[in-house]
Write a protein that binds this ligand. Structure first.
Ligand code: ATP
Ligand code: MG
Length: 260
């Protein structure tokens, strides 16, 4: 479909197109469409902008990623459909590790997602030269404890040994299981009420494609800071307080909204 750029919902419609295309290509599970719709609803309530509240979480997440010994970006169908190239760029600023980790796991979808990365010549070259690693496809042979087997399969080099895991659009159970393993979990989730949002160490309540470039910008910037400064940024962040602020933001917006 050709969406005119002047359309007030241009970006939202473009994202929908990407998600539908990913479904057609077998990258996305059908339930991924529903997850996307839930995200859109919350984005409407938030105001479809990165709030100052989300920015605080983005900064804490960036500091945490720069401090990490072994960070990993966990991706699913929705994430690669919407933000494949941005994920690669962020991984490059870190240690290059991206792991495919699916809720509705199937060997075929794992393979198709890996192929989706590889089909881009620039990304393929980065994989070949070792700048980027796509984990979890052939090497998903470790098990996250307390998670029914297929959903808990992860790579030793990736999520299993990571100290910080960035999980855009994750589900609550897995977030909780990763936290129980002693990992710091950074999630990106437009729903401040989801279990993922509440269980994560840092929750960025913002739209994925809007916040990833900002997260990358702060990661770059923070590489220049010393560890103590970074630690201060992380310790000065309170996730519960941030989620509460986000809910208040939504409530205030709804209270003050005027109909068009
Ligand atoms: P939980 O188990 O954490 O309570 P859930 O697993 O039931 O939540 P899902 O619908 O499976 O929730 O997960 C998708 C989550 O991702 C939703 O909370 C949705 O708001 C969020 N989401 C969807 N699309 C985006 C997006 N583009 N950017 C940010 N968040 C999104
Ligand atoms: Mg869930």
């Amino acid at each position: 479909m050709n969406i005119p750029k002047s359309h007030p919902r241009y970006k939202s419609l473009l994202n929908r197109e990407k998600v539908v295309e990913a479904l057609d290509r077998g990258i996305l599970a059908k339930a991924g469409l529903i997850a996307h719709g839930r995200g859109e609803t919350f984005d409407y309530l938030i105001g479809e902008k990165t709030t100052d509240i989300a920015l605080r979480a983005i900064k804490a997440a960036a500091a945490m990623l720069v401090l990490a010994e072994n960070p990993v970006i966990s991706v699913n169908g929705n994430t690669v459909a919407l933000a494949r190239d941005e994920v690669v760029k962020l991984a490059e600023e870190l240690n290059g590790k991206i792991e495919v980790n699916l809720f509705y796991r199937s060997e075929e979808r794992l393979r198709k997602i890996k192929e989706f990365f590889e089909e881009d010549p620039v990304i393929r070259e980065k994989i070949r030269s070792g700048k980027i690693k796509i984990l979890g496809v052939e090497d998903g042979n470790k098990q996250i404890p307390n998670l029914e087997s297929a959903r808990g399969k992860v790579s030793q080099e990736g999520i299993y040994s990571a100290d910080v895991v960035l999980v855009p659009l994750e589900d609550g159970d897995r977030t909780e299981a990763l936290v129980k393993m002693g990992k710091k979990v950074i999630s990106i989730d437009l729903n401040p009420l989801s279990r993922t949002a509440q269980r994560s160490t840092v929750t960025i309540v913002d739209e994925l494609t809007r916040c990833l470039p900002l997260l990358r910008k702060y990661v770059r910037e923070y590489k220049r800071l010393d560890r103590e400064e970074l630690q201060r940024i992380v310790e000065g962040f309170d996730n519960r307080e941030n989620l509460r602020d986000m809910l208040n933001h939504i409530c205030n917006r709804l209270r003050n909204l005027q109909f068009i």
